[in-house]
Design a protein around this ligand. Structure first.
Ligand code: COA
Length: 335
């Protein structure tokens, strides 16, 4: 009996054309280009334009690119797994809206909320469904509009300078080719740290009503982050989960052709790179251009890495993420 695996056969991304530089942010808050670049590596990010883009429309644009590169039509897709922390509606999820935009009524959609690890979790879900034979072709999405979730005043500057908007997509298809496939995925979470990086309101467990004048003005409707705690956990968990994927498949860090880390902060990626003794050409970073786009960061980075010829057939590629929840996850791929 032949075993079914899954493989990424197409990649795409979409970012809004509204570029917001670090200098642009100084109009709203007390910060500086030098502070942001030194602490995060970010030079600019993209913010969506109201009326032009939505979370789902960006994902649809990324999906069209990925499908074209896979040589498929939209109606070849039988599953959508969609990761976002910033859905267009509280419910239903943005997967439904993107499905509608692509004209794929009737197929299965799954929305997940795993924040910065969302794309790797989504990839793992697609991988499991394909390996069991239930579905053959999945669109795996990470898409975020975070610019509306942040307090863009001096009070919120520790968060607002980091995050950006954008979307990425991967087409994942069934294969029997042992040499070119997703080797394994590794998923983790620790809810003890849920409030270290979170958005409290709107939430259902409130007195009286879902949204009140108080919750709208009391600061709970902006992202809150304890940056130091996030940083300390991130560097440990990134290392752990990358090593877990390598060990599960009998590889060492030196076997990697490319590490594509979630673009959280250039200092986190730099620390991991140094600890794993990886040269610059084996670690992909584009946080300088887009900031931290949460679930979208890995598929955007992966697409750019592919476009730049940094991934070749047969390469060992590791995707690794850490984020709110806390969550952390990795995927090891033989390209
Ligand atoms: N511009 C200028 N100054 C700022 C600032 C900004 N955007 N944000 C914070 N500051 C100030 C603080 O007010 C503080 O001032 P003080 O010393 O007078 O009190 C000072 O800079 C240091 O703040 P601190 O929060 O200790 O800075 P830091 O070195 O920890 O850097 C982060 C802050 C957020 C960049 C850093 O903690 C980080 O990268 N954490 C991980 C975040 C992350 O990756 N999140 C995504 C996870 S998926």
């Amino acid at each position: 009996m032949t075993t079914t695996y899954s493989r990424i056969t197409g990649l795409g991304f979409y970012v809004p054309d509204n570029v917001v530089t670090n200098d642009d942010l100084t109009q709203y808050m007390d910060t500086s280009d030098a502070w942001i670049q030194e602490r995060t590596g970010i030079k600019q990010r993209r913010f969506f334009t109201y009326g032009k883009e939505t979370n789902a429309s960006m994902a649809a644009a990324a999906s069209r690119m990925a499908l074209e590169r896979a040589g498929l039509a939209a109606n070849d897709v039988d599953l959508i797994v969609y990761a976002t922390l910033s859905p267009d509606y509280y419910f239903p999820g943005s997967a439904f809206l993107m499905q509608r935009e692509l004209g794929l009524e009737g197929i299965a959609v799954i929305d997940i909320r795993q924040q910065c690890s969302g794309f790797v979790y989504a990839l793992s879900i697609a991988d499991q469904f394909i390996k069991t034979g239930m579905y053959k072709t999945a669109l795996v999405i990470g898409s975020e509009i975070q610019s509306t979730l942040m307090d863009k005043t001096t009070e919120g500057r520790g968060v607002a300078v980091i995050f950006g908007d954008g979307a990425g997509a991967a087409v994942v298809q069934a294969t029997t080719d042992l040499e070119h496939r997703i080797l394994s995925t590794h998923l983790h979470a620790d809810g003890r740290y849920a409030e270290e990086l979170y958005l409290k309101d709107p939430g259902s467990s409130r007195p009286n009503h879902f949204i009140t004048a108080d919750t709208a003005t009391a600061g709970g409707s902006s992202v809150v982050m304890n940056g130091n705690t996030v940083f300390k956990h991130a560097v440990v968990r990134f290392m752990e989960v990358i090593n877990e994927s390598l060990q599960a498949n009998g590889y060492q860090p030196s076997d990697l052709a490319l590490l594509v880390p979630h673009q959280a902060n250039i200092r986190i990626s730099g620390y991991v790179q140094q600890q794993m003794n990886l040269p610059d050409e084996k670690v992909f970073n584009n946080i300088q251009k887009y900031g931290n786009t949460t679930a979208a960061s890995i598929p955007i980075a992966l697409t750019e890495a592919f476009e730049q010829g940094r991934i070749q057939p047969g390469d060992l590629v590791c995707l690794a993420a850490f984020g709110s929840g806390f969550t952390w996850a990795s995927a090891l791929i033989k390209w």
